[in-house]
Design a protein around this ligand. Structure first.
Ligand SMILES: [Zn+2]
Length: 416
């Protein structure tokens, strides 16, 4: 599907995130150029010019025009961590945790295990319409690309079904979806133990997923008490042999050697990292593996600590920020994640912008064609109704969305 032609002109702030051929790390994560009276020209869905409005119009010529006066124009935000396909409700778990009350039936399944049971029972139509509603909200949260994981099937048949449904869900949104197979998410009730279930993921599910040909990425959990570092290393090895780029849910609940295991296993990203010890971050040092941090998840899980974003950046690790929309948590604003990068993690606004654009794209193996304002990349833009990107942070992500452009199409909002 080829895109359209569009000139976005007169931006109060055009935020030029640039791609140097990889995720931005260290000091470079905080380097973005902000241009006043900026413009972007898109032809057939691709960026062909960006810079001062008069120069861009001279170079690219006339086209349908979107007036961005008074607004901030960002590269299209990339939402790099969601699990949108699930059945059932889990909001009561949060309320119970806060009030300290015991669940009415303490033997009833809780957590991810409960979501697995409800997802298996849910019909396709209900799962698709819930996912479509989530995409619509994520679009209003500024995301032009969304990474979507399975993880609530946890059997070969159910995981293939989930990937098929995620593929079909593309028809419900203009957003670009990156599909991730998350086999080793939790040990399902019918499995004897973690090792035997991980063996099933490695020997049966992963080959079946490759055969199906829908998944773009392979994700797995490395967490003490779920899948340990030895199991995770084996799955990462299998992923490499299968040719699927891998990601790891790491150190979300406890220090589990998840970060070191992900980097050693060649993962393109590791997510959560709330409990990764400072000593492990220093030991691992500079990486091309992206650390995907989840500020809303840390707050709603009522965590004892937060990921050490500052140390990751100082050690030369590219950092991304994401919502973690899933069965337990329903944040849908990537603009909120961007803002929380500053208040929760003490990142600079520029670092947080890179974390929700270019580095997020690389965390989804999509850095080559999106996430920055570079010639030849997809014409995806997130336009916010405020005159400077700092306003996104000081409004805690509530500065209104002005427009969303995907491959040159205005899919939400319009001219100022
Ligand atoms: Zn997750």
């Amino acid at each position: 599907m080829s895109g359209e032609d569009l000139n976005v002109v007169g931006a109060a702030a055009l935020v030029l995130v640039r791609d140097d051929g990889g995720p931005r790390r260290g000091r470079a994560q905080g380097e973005v150029e902000i241009l006043t009276d900026g413009a972007v020209a898109i032809r057939s869905g691709r960026i062909v010019a960006a810079g001062p409005t008069d120069e861009v119009l001279r170079a690219a010529g006339p086209a349908p025009t979107l007036d961005a006066r008074g607004r901030t124009v960002l590269p299209g935000l990339v939402e790099s961590h969601t699990h949108p396909l699930f059945g059932g409700d889990r909001h009561h778990e949060y309320a119970e945790k806060l009030s300290g009350t015991v669940p009415r039936d303490p033997t009833a399944p809780r957590g991810i295990g409960a979501a697995v049971l409800h997802t298996r029972e849910a019909d396709d139509g209900a799962l698709l319409s819930d996912a479509a509603r989530a995409y619509a909200r994520l679009l209003r949260g500024g995301a032009t690309t969304v990474e979507v994981k399975t993880g609530y099937g946890q059997s070969t048949r159910q995981e293939l079904r989930a990937l098929d449904l995620l593929h079909r869900s593309r028809a419900t949104t203009p957003q670009s979806l990156v599909l991730t197979f998350l086999g080793a998410h939790v040990v399902p009730p019918e499995a004897a133990d973690a090792e035997s279930y991980a063996g099933l993921v490695r020997d049966e599910m992963l080959p079946a997923v490759v055969e199906q040909g829908i998944a773009d990425l392979h994700d797995l959990v490395c967490e003490r008490g779920v899948f340990d570092e030895g199991v995770a290393a084996e799955l990462l090895d299998a992923s490499r042999k299968a040719g699927l780029p891998a990601r790891v849910h790491a150190d979300a609940n406890a220090a589990s050697r998840g970060w070191a295991t992900a980097v050693a296993g060649g993962a393109i990203a590791a997510d959560h990292l709330t409990y990764t010890p400072d000593s492990e971050i220093r030991e691992v040092g500079t990486t091309s593996t992206v650390a995907v941090l989840l500020p809303v998840a840390e707050q709603l899980y009522l965590d004892e600590r937060r990921a050490n974003a500052r140390l990751f950046i100082d050690e030369g690790v590219p950092v991304a920020l994401a919502t973690d929309y899933c069965s337990a948590l329903h944040p849908t604003s990537t603009l909120l994640s961007l803002a929380l990068g500053t208040s929760w993690f003490r990142m600079t606004p520029a670092e947080a912008i890179v974390a929700t654009t270019l580095n997020a794209a690389y965390a989804c193996a999509r850095g080559h064609d999106r996430g920055s304002i570079d010639l030849g990349k997809r014409g995806d833009l997130t336009i916010v109704d405020c005159p400077h990107p700092n306003e996104i942070c000081v409004s805690m992500g509530t500065a209104p969305l002005g427009a969303v452009v995907i491959e040159g199409r205005v899919v939400l909002g319009g001219s100022a």
